[in-house]
Design a protein. Sequence first.
Length: 309
Amino acid sequence: MNFGTALESFTPPDVTPDTRKIFEMSTRAEELGFDTVWVWDHLLLGSKKVYQVLEPLTLLCAIAAKTSRIKLGVSTLVLPLRDPVVLAKEVQTLQHISGGRLLLGVAAGWYEKEFDAVGSKFTERGKVTEEYLALVRKLVSETDINMQLGNRSFRHTTMEPRPPAPPKILMGGYKVLKRIGTMSDGWISSYYTPEDFSETWLEILKYARGAGRSERDLTNVNIVPVCVRNTFEEADKVARDFTAEYMDMPAWGKSKVESAVRGTVKDCVEQIKRYEQAGVENLEFLPCYYDMETLEKVGKEVLPYFIKR
């Protein structure tokens, strides 16, 4: 199992993202042996109270310059909001700068106001996501492309410089499991308990096999809150308070605050083992309130149970 940490690039209306802290947490995560750092995506979120969000690919370019090994994840880029040709160039550039460390998570999106602002049809976001995903893949991995796609013409098109390898493109979503299993390199989930994760992942793999794909072609990510305290009860309260303030989880999804890894070090180790047994390959921690002390505790006291140093 690999481990990562989310960064505070997405905050409630009254909290401004602290880039100094983001960079500090990125470099410290690398030093502590984490495999990945993750940032969030929204263009617009909120009306009277507006959530503050840094553009993820721009931010990851800066993080790439300050780190050397740790992988750089986006969870999840709202694909229909971007021009796919420009996005392909941005992705290719980040892959080149970072030495091939990008893990690109994409999704169809849910906040209609963003679609209205960029002139993208909200009701067609699923279809657009599939078209854009295929085009971005093609542009970052092929040369001498010749085709007509709607009003887009590609004549002997090649994007350079070529990155070391095209990035893995994973997908998020609650009701698009067939799309994930047949089109993506894997699944990004958040706040899934081990039981819900296992059930959903097995269904995705079923779709993948039905499309003639090997299970080895896909990977998975589960993002869960983490809080290490002296007692389970204390940590549980922190995780619930943090989630209520920072997160907006749809009632129709499977995301649950009970997915949090929380409690004493021993509690956290036992909970992580359950995720390992459920088939989670990449467990990404969301430190409650993006607390550096929590990152330190997880890195120094929890990860050694799973990572040979």
